[in-house]
Design a binder for this molecule. Structure first.
Ligand SMILES: Cc1ncc(COP(=O)(O)O)c(C=O)c1O
Length: 355
């Protein structure tokens, strides 16, 4: 089935034939007798609304098992929970600040060993894998510098490790990491998959049955699960993913062409698909952001509205200053999430703010 058709596929409702998913607001479920439930027991463990969407999210990434969480960070935390003390993880140098923070502030405390490497340098990755390396963690399009490590090449040299790919920026519409040798895909669903800046949610998708059982155990034990209301919004958002992604890309390509010629812009990056552009502004960053009228200054990305983020002060502020600078996250670096507005309005807005 083609992706465009896929997004409207959900488990068919056999009772009323409704075309939208039901929101089951029930934290608990009646049992025939002790330990003999009809199907579900307690909504943290599983509930009918989440079950439908976990199946959808797995299929969208071409995976066997999908798990949904109350945020992308909850998904990442749950995944990292499978690590044992003294195991080692290899993480890309350019990664979301919250991922860096949870590893540095929480998992190092549990004696997890961490090294950061440049995943666009295969030789460096190869050299850095140790016997106790359990996971390689990277993003399809890295945050905020928008590098694109070669997942297939990395999968060929990953040896005994689990290749974990955060596919938030690329989305399965453009790239499905499991098809290119990744073992586990994670998502901040908050972004493109839901697409309307109205929910916070995360996902883990994978193929391995025993790993899936482990994730399921931690999902239930930790309990960071999404609400049925939010799952409905995900279902609604996903139905237009293909249309939104085409428009994000169309607009981003035009904005990239405009910005790359602008005298107050340097070091512009755009991977050629999806809606994320990063660049450095050659004027006062506070004046530039203050002047924006159509584009919203705010954290997050992937919504229908354009959002502009200054990673140094915003999404990556939790990184120590010397780490930010070492990684190229300078004070004038801007990350733009191009929305689906009329592109001329966006270009005009950038032009007046940059001048
Ligand atoms: C690439 C990436 N992964 C994970 C996360 C965390 O997701 P959430 O904000 O949904 O917890 C983010 C958030 O910005 C992100 O950009």
């Amino acid at each position: 089935m083609r992706d465009e058709t896929f997004y409207v596929i959900q488990k068919k409702d056999e009772i009323y034939g409704v075309v939208n998913i039901p929101i089951y607001l029930s934290s608990t479920f009646r049992q025939y007798e002790p330990s003999k439930p009809i199907k579900y027991e307690y909504a943290r463990t599983q509930n009918p609304t989440r079950e439908i969407m976990e199946e959808v999210i797995a299929k969208i990434e071409n995976g066997n098992y999908g798990f949904l969480f109350s945020s992308g960070m909850s998904a990442i935390d749950t995944l990292l929970s499978i690590l044992k003390p003294h195991e080692h993880i290899l993480v890309d140098i350019d990664i979301y600040g919250g991922t860096y923070r949870i590893i540095e502030k929480l998992y190092k405390k549990f004696n997890i060993q961490v090294d950061y490497v440049d995943f666009t340098n295969i030789e460096e990755v190869k050299k850095s894998i140790k016997e106790n390396t359990r996971m390689l963690i990277l993003e399809t399009i890295s945050n905020p510098l928008l590098r694109t490590p070669n997942i297939l090449e990395i999968s060929k040299i990953k040896k005994h490790t689990l290749l974990v790919v955060d596919n938030t920026f690329a989305t399965p519409y453009y790239f499905k990491p499991l098809n290119y040798g990744a073992d586990i895909v994670i998502h901040s669903i908050t972004k493109y998959l839901s697409g309307h800046s109205d929910i916070v949610m995360g996902a883990i998708i994978l193929n391995d049955k025993s790993l899936a059982e482990e994730i399921k155990f931690y999902q239930n034990s930790k309990g960071g699960v999404p609400s049925p209301f939010d799952l409905f919004l995900l279902s609604r958002g996903l139905k237009t993913l293909h249309i939104r992604m085409e428009k994000h890309t169309e607009n981003a390509k035009k904005i990239f062409e405009f910005l790359k010629k602008h005298e107050n812009v340097e070091d512009i990056r755009y991977p050629g698909y999806s809606g994320m552009i990063s660049f450095r502004v050659k004027k006062d960053i506070f004046e530039f952001t203050r002047k924006l009228k159509v584009i919203t200054l705010g954290e997050s990305l992937g919504g229908v509205e354009s959002l502009l983020n200054v990673p140094y002060y915003m999404t990556h502020a939790s990184m120590p200053e010397e780490e930010r600078i070492r990684r190229g996250i300078t004070k004038n670096l801007v990350r733009l999430s191009v929305g689906i507005e009329n592109v001329e309005d966006l270009i005009e807005d950038l032009n007046q703010a940059l001048s």
